[in-house]
Design a protein around this ligand. Structure first.
Ligand SMILES: Nc1ncnc2c1ncn2[C@@H]1O[C@H](COP(=O)(O)OP(=O)(O)O)[C@@H](O)[C@H]1O
Ligand SMILES: [Mg+2]
Length: 171
């Protein structure tokens, strides 16, 4: 292990699983993380799930990420539509919020299977509500509020792509 490795936030790693921890002291830290994530080329075809209580900061992270990726104009949140598509330069992005998802037939009817099979970045809040249908996330981001502004964050890679993404973040 080199001195550089020693400082990497990956605290545990195995061929298919890796965990990294972070603390965001304020929304500025959240935005800085979003910029770091946006700079990863592998993000362009990744599926990222966002976990945490209401108000944890899932949507806030997504909004900072969309901006960092170059999405212009007003950023609408899904919630009622379940999914909101966005366009960034050379990149399709789908922002899902499954909080109100309760009819599995909607998965096929709304074409979500096709979305997950196509090129682009997929972000999903409340993936638990579509657990039987949703594919495995490349990276799952768990956000926990410590106080008004501070967040404890755990990133878990569940695929080889996710693992490489986390390694890129900590490089
Ligand atoms: N460090 C932080 N990261 C993200 N959001 C933060 C942070 N500090 C304060 N907040 C605030 O917490 C709230 C998070 O709300 P939101 O992103 O809608 O949560 P969720 O989508 O998890 O329900 C926002 O009002 C945001 O401004
Ligand atoms: Mg939200």
């Amino acid at each position: 292990m080199t001195a550089a490795d020693h400082h990497r936030p990956i605290v545990e790693s195995a061929p298919q699983s890796a965990v990294a921890q972070a603390t965001w002291r304020s929304e500025d830290d959240t935005a800085a993380f979003a910029r770091q994530l946006a700079a990863q080329p592998l993000l362009a075809n990744a599926f990222i799930t966002l976990h945490g209580d209401l108000g944890a900061g899932k949507t806030t992270l997504v909004r900072h990420l969309l901006r960092a990726l170059g999405v212009q104009g007003r950023i609408k949140s899904p919630t009622y539509a379940v999914v909101e598509p966005h366009e960034a330069p050379d990149l399709h992005i789908w922002h899902f919020d499954f909080y109100r998802f309760n009819d599995p037939r909607e998965w096929e009817d709304a074409g979500f299977r096709d979305v997950f099979a196509s090129q682009g970045l997929k972000l999903a809040e409340w993936p638990e509500k579509a657990a039987a249908l949703i594919p495995a996330a490349d990276v799952a981001i768990h956000i926990e509020a410590l106080d008004e502004d501070a967040r404890q964050v755990t990133l878990r890679a569940h695929t080889p792509l996710g693992l490489r993404l986390l390694q890129g973040l900590s490089a």
